[in-house]
Design a protein around this ligand. Structure first.
Ligand code: ADP
Length: 344
């Protein structure tokens, strides 16, 4: 058993999820976002979840308590994120459609040479949308199992449950690169179990095993060769370009009272080169506080009297919220992308 401290640290740092995917929503439809489908889906209640009373062959050698833990946490999920919410990253979206969505929809066509990757790694600076994409890949799932790491047995149980629930997406973050001294042994064993299970998906699976492991990391250089090899698709998720930043601001201002023209938003985009998606989010939040700061009595003012967010709120916010990713880090990601990324 793991010593208490190690275990605790691991639990707080590592989360994984199994998503059962009755159907995938395509990130792109004829080159455009598929807004209608997503909206209809959002309004539909998720189908009820039922489990076979009989124990599945694949779960036979797994600790029933762990299966129960994982299954108890599988719950109805109303997807609260869609591809539309992810600005920019057209290349990543297109690649995911080809490499992930289509094969999972039509396993009969994607066999042999066309067989899809079992592992997809999303790497890049923090706050660029990797987790959003992970969630989106599973956005039409009716089931989500939040799983908190608890040793390699739990990893085994996780994959067993994923097999029973396939097509499924197992989403892991942080696990791949945990490397502090004390944790090393524990995380090494868990990592090894992940690799074993991962290879199990590949060989034992044949045609019908449809499990996709999606990994997300800010530190790809710390993934060892063995793990790296398993992720056949390795997608760089870079900082947003001007257009991406524009879309993020527009999207965030959508439901706010504001007076910004498109020209002004373009100006802000010019001033935010190097900002990540989450930096942009922080900037907009800061700007949105501008109108609040000039209120003399917050207790009595009516909502209608709160003035619109304007350009100078953003200019002020720019002095408070700076780009969080350094040029040096960016160079590292770009180099790793050239060395190991799936460039096409
Ligand atoms: P990470 O790449 O570290 O996994 P996340 O996907 O968790 O980053 O993004 C963090 C937050 O930053 C999101 O919740 C969202 O508000 C914002 N964000 C990041 N990238 C984008 C993007 N491409 N489009 C829209 N919002 C984004």
């Amino acid at each position: 058993h793991l010593p208490g401290t190690l275990k605790k640290k691991f639990i707080t740092k590592t989360t994984s999820q199994v998503h059962k995917l009755p159907k995938f929503t395509s990130p792109l439809k004829n080159g455009e976002y598929n807004k209608d489908t997503i909206n209809t889906k959002r309004n539909k209640p998720s189908p009820d979840v039922e489990y076979d009373e009989e124990i599945d062959e694949r779960l036979k050698n797994v600790d029933p308590k762990m299966i129960e833990m994982i299954q108890n946490e599988i719950m109805e999920q109303s997807p609260n994120i869609s591809w539309d919410d992810i600005a920019g990253l057209e290349h990543a979206k297109k690649t995911i459609q080809e490499a992930v969505t289509w094969p999972l929809l039509r396993p009969d066509i994607f066999t042999g040479l066309r067989s899809p990757p079992k592992g997809l790694l999303l790497f890049g600076p923090p706050g660029t949308g990797k987790t959003l994409i992970g969630k989106c890949i599973a956005s039409s799932s009716s089931l989500t199992s939040k799983w908190v790491g608890d040793g390699e047995k739990m990893v085994r149980a996780l994959f067993a449950v994923a097999r029973v629930n396939q097509p499924a997406v197992v989403f892991i973050d942080s696990l791949l690169t945990q490397r502090t001294d004390g944790e090393y042994e524990a995380s090494r064993r868990i990592k090894t179990e992940f690799l074993v299970q991962f290879d199990g998906v590949k060989t034992a699976g044949l045609e019908e095993d449809r499990i996709l492991l999606v990994g997300a990391t800010n530190r790809p250089q710390e993934i060892d060769e063995a793990a790296r090899r398993r992720f056949r698709k390795r997608l760089y998720i870079p900082l947003p370009e001007h257009d991406g930043r524009f879309a993020i601001i527009k999207n965030l201002l959508l439901k706010q009272k504001h007076s910004l023209t498109d020209e002004q938003i373009h100006e802000i985009c010019k001033k935010t080169t190097g900002y990540s998606g989450s930096d942009m989010d922080g900037l907009c939040r800061e700007a949105a506080l501008g109108p609040i700061r000039v209120i003399s009595d917050i207790r009595t003012i009516s909502v209608d009297d709160v003035r619109s967010i304007n350009y100078s709120d953003f200019i002020d916010a720019l002095t408070q919220v700076r780009a969080s990713v350094s040029d040096r880090d960016l160079e590292l990601y770009e180099k790793w992308n050239l060395d190991y990324g799936s460039l096409s």
